[in-house]
Ligand binder design. Structure first.
Ligand code: UD1
Length: 426
């Protein structure tokens, strides 16, 4: 059992340090396999998904040593190309190993990836791109197997800017012979993070930060050291917490440059935001104004923050409209928000929310990572105590949401025996 207990209606005030990016570090860890040597990654978030990826890399023959937030990877012993079933299913990012294992060992076998239950998550774009680069794909309903005596650079056009597919293509392309051009690449900041890391190891990539990437493959890689930037989704979650609970909070290490749509949405809802260097300060008085947004590939509003904004809209001073265009089941959390007293109606991928304040404390259940965090945000604006069950989902991506929000004066505590956390007091 893992539960977060929250006493709501406490204004927030203080500073929160933003952890390193989950969606940044996981592909970086996978990409380290392209090189045989030592890679040092700094500002690594200490989260369950990172532990899971470390377990996978170790089972493949690598050595991983996490000291504080610094991860030292020794990839010289990589010898196995079979991603273990249990860890592979536990985490969506196991799919990231397709490109690097094909590149370095010329073969890979992995199960279809797990992760949050936020809707269908096919990998057809990944597989088709790898096939275009010369890989032979086989397997069955359970596992994907791929072989490539030699990967060859080619022109790849993505019909949708899939983040994961772009990352897999980039990694395979670094190992491939010749030039790979990706048209319609995803432009999420995490793609730039991966490109910068690959450059650190000696790769050459043009067009970083745009939808057209050109990789000069086959270069010899070398050891490297890399710093993971702050997590824009975690920063956006805590911005949502300030909006729901009210108060003023500074987020240290928030990557404000890459949070444009989130900051715009927060400002429209009445949050006053200022940022200088890596210090982003947010002030919220009164209830948020109603929200109108629609999710999409970057630079559109992030689907990962949709649940958090849904929670914020539950206490807005009017009717909000939130449209989900990326993952069809991201509204699973709406039912739990309703248990906290929210008024939400879902129609064909759009949530219509009539805000009311305060919500009322209740026992609710997390179904996925970001939805779980959204329940924490909503509970901050609920009268009395709320309990969020199955919050191990939240630990997949947040180092310690209780520690962070407690630093800003919120009253919440975590109890979770199976993942080694100790209870702290409300
Ligand atoms: C990544 C992020 C996730 C984020 C998402 C969109 C990580 C670990 N996860 O997920 O947090 O919400 O980007 O910003 O970085 N699709 C296909 N075929 C494919 C691949 C994707 O149809 O082969 C579809 C998906 O079903 C989904 C959409 O494309 O509807 C977006 O998926 P994608 O961008 O690939 O997201 P992920 O890489 O899985």
């Amino acid at each position: 059992m893992s539960v977060i207990r929250i006493q709501g209606l406490q204004r927030l005030h203080g500073e929160i340090s933003i952890q390193g990016s989950k969606n940044g570090v996981l592909p970086v860890m996978a990409a380290a396999l392209l090189h045989s040597g030592i890679v040092v990654i700094k500002n690594v978030p200490v989260i369950q998904d990172v532990f899971c990826m470390m377990d996978i890399l170790e089972s493949l023959g690598c050595r991983c040593c996490l000291e504080g937030h610094t991860l030292i990877l020794d990839t010289r012993g990589l010898c196995c190309w079979q991603v273990p079933e249990e860890e592979g299913r536990r985490m969506r990012s196991s799919v990231m190993l397709l490109g690097p294992l094909l590149g370095r060992l010329h073969q890979v076998s992995t199960c279809y990836p797990g992760g949050c239950s936020i809707g269908r998550r096919p990998i057809d774009l990944h597989l088709s791109a790898l096939e275009q680069m010369g890989a032979k794909i086989c397997g069955d309903e359970e596992r994907v197997e791929a072989f490539a005596g030699k990967l060859c650079g080619t022109d790849i056009r993505l019909c949708f800017p899939s983040v994961g597919a772009t990352e897999n293509i980039l990694m395979a392309a670094v190992a491939a012979e010749g030039i790979t051009r990706i048209y319609g690449a995803a432009m999420e900041p995490e793609i730039e993070v991966l490109c910068r890391f690959l450059e650190t190891l000696g790769a050459k990539i043009d067009g970083i930060g745009t939808g057209f990437l050109q990789v000069h493959g086959g270069r010899t890689l070398h050891d490297g050291e890399f710093v993971v930037p702050g997590d824009r989704i975690v920063a956006g979650t805590y911005l949502g917490a300030v909006m729901a609970a009210g108060g003023d909070v500074c987020l240290l290490g928030a990557p404000a440059d890459h949070m444009g749509e989130t900051l715009d949405a927060a400002r429209k809802a009445g949050c006053v935001i200022e940022w200088k260097e890596n210090r982003l300060c947010a002030k919220m008085d009164g209830r948020p104004r109603p929200v109108s947004l629609s999710t999409g590939p970057y630079p559109e509003f992030s689907t990962d923050l949709q649940s958090v904004m849904l929670a914020v809209s539950c206490v807005a001073s009017g009717e909000s409209k939130i449209q989900e265009n990326v993952f069809e089941e991201r509204f699973a959390t709406a039912g739990e928000l309703i248990r906290l007293g929210a008024e939400i109606r879902i129609e064909r991928g759009t949530a219509f929310v009539r805000g009311k304040y305060p919500l009322r404390g209740n026992c609710v259940q997390a179904f996925d990572l970001r939805g779980g965090a959204a329940l924490v945000v909503a509970a901050l604006a609920a009268e009395g105590e709320s309990q969020i069950h199955d919050c191990f989902y939240i630990c997949r991506g947040y180092e310690d949401i209780c520690r962070d929000l407690t630093a800003a004066g919120a009253r919440l505590s975590f109890k979770g025996d199976e993942i080694g956390y100790e209870e702290n007091t409300v």
